[in-house]
Design a protein around this ligand. Structure first.
Ligand code: IMP
Length: 216
């Protein structure tokens, strides 16, 4: 039997494009939308394009629906980074499922996870006996997700699994079993598609690495 997509995240390690403004040659502008070319020197290179994200999320949605169809599924997004993933994943699902949101703090305006997690907004939903799928933007050290998962498991959910668009395998500090992974990426700070640095760059449609001069 072939390996399924959910166990086969795409590995990306794209090199910088050629040219004086490398990002400008990587993507095409889409109307007034903000893409990598508009970010100038703040970004170093594009890691995952809007199109690659769209295709991968469509694949993940099919896998997820195959596993959860007929079950009492609840999608739980982690604010704010997972907003884009949730929005696109939900619309790619072949059927309907409710969503809820948590907000936690584990990052300030720096680029390293503190490991200290505090709930800023809890779920509105009682998850007893529900099949919870945590929707995340990125797994870096894994500290945040392992805390969230343990917290939700303690609430008598039928199951708790995780889907993340991005994962940095080299940054892992704790083992987190992530059932659905979009892309494995190098251990670099990335922004775009919901991911921010100090609340900036979330609206970038591609995912790119932030130039070190921005945060050093
Ligand atoms: P972890 O606890 O180190 O796995 O980090 C989890 C959270 O940190 C993610 O949900 C993001 O909000 C944030 N984060 C981790 N890596 C990055 C990154 O490269 N860019 C932007 N945010 C990140």
């Amino acid at each position: 039997m072939g390996e399924c997509w959910s166990q086969r995240p795409v590995r990306l390690n794209r090199q910088a494009c050629n040219g004086a403004d490398p990002l400008a040659t990587c993507t095409e502008s889409q109307g007034d939308a903000v893409d990598a070319a508009d970010m100038g020197a703040d970004l170093e290179r594009v890691l995952v394009t809007e199109e690659e994200i769209r295709l991968r999320i469509a694949e993940l949605a099919v896998d997820i629906w195959g596993d959860y169809e007929g079950k009492d599924l609840l999608l739980v997004g982690v604010l704010k980074g997972a907003v884009m993933v949730m929005s696109d994943l939900m619309r790619a699902l072949p059927g309907t499922a409710p969503m809820d949101w948590m907000a936690i703090s584990s990052y300030g305006s720096g680029t390293k996870s503190s490991g200290v997690v505090r709930i800023l907004k809890d779920l509105d939903t009682d998850i007893t006996d529900k099949h919870v799928l945590i929707v995340e933007d990125i797994v870096d050290s894994g500290l945040t997700l392992s805390w969230i998962r343990a917290n939700l498991e303690s609430r008598s959910a039928a199951s708790v699994e995780i889907v993340t668009l991005l994962r940095k395998p080299e940054a892992a500090k704790v083992e987190v079993d992530v059932k659905y992974v979009g892309f494995d990426i190098p251990n670099e700070f990335v922004v775009g598609y919901g991911l921010d640095y100090a609340e900036k760059y979330r609206n970038l449609r591609d995912v790119g690495t932030l130039a070190p001069h921005v945060y050093t």
